[in-house]
Ligand binder design. Structure first.
Ligand code: MN
Length: 204
């Protein structure tokens, strides 16, 4: 069975950039529902229930066809949100961090510098039509910014997500209403760079 981990910080830890109420609903309702629906879809199927959610969604073509769409949507939702929570931190911790080591080198080589990376990532997040995600991924060690529809994960395309931003309205509507650009701008204040550095070092 897949389980919902607690947030790695209190619900109000990301204030004032991401509000407590949004974090409660987002984690306890939305993410919890993805986990429940994933377990329902794979009920009794030990072969798939025993894998990590990342291994499940990397191998979607092998998932039984009758539940494949449900596993894609809810397995993607579980994996995406699990990464999302871990890649954020309270503003004081976030502002003390930055890309380091291999990640810093790769960002400079690929995008010019950190600011140019952030501008390009923000444009991808803002330009994504409808519900979905913007990602920094490692494609065999090479950094790429991509966006995905709904709860699709870069893992489904053989890329490893390093950092991801949820641009579903449920992620920002209570505080920012329709102004996605303000949510994106605020989110840069709560990046857990230590975690992002660690993720890139692991896949590089
Ligand atoms: Mn979400």
């Amino acid at each position: 069975m897949f389980t919902l981990a607690d947030l790695p910080y209190p619900y109000n830890a990301l204030e004032p950039y991401i509000d407590e109420r949004t974090m409660q609903i987002h984690h306890d309702k939305h993410h919890a529902t993805y986990v429940k629906n994933l377990n329902d879809a794979l009920a009794g199927n030990e072969q798939w229930l025993s894998k990590s959610v990342e291994d499940v969604i990397k191998n979607l073509p092998q998932v039984p066809e009758a539940v494949r769409t449900k596993v894609r949507n809810n397995g993607g939702g579980h994996a995406n949100h699990s990464l999302f929570w871990q890649a954020m931190a309270a503003p004081a911790q976030a502002s003390a961090g930055k890309p380091e080591g291999d990640l810093a080198t790769a960002i400079d080589a690929t995008f010019g510098n950190l600011v140019q990376f952030q501008e390009k990532f923000s444009a991808a997040a803002l330009g994504h039509f409808g519900s979905g995600w913007a990602w920094l991924t490692s494609n065999n060690g090479k950094l790429e910014i991509v966006d995905t529809l709904n709860q699709d994960s870069p893992l489904m395309d053989g890329k490893t997500p390093i950092l991801g931003l949820d641009v579903w309205e449920h992620a920002y509507y209570l505080k920012y209403q329709n102004v996605r650009a303000d949510y994106i701008k605020a989110w840069w204040n709560v990046i857990n760079w230590q975690e992002v550095n660690r993720r890139f070092a692991k896949v590089k």
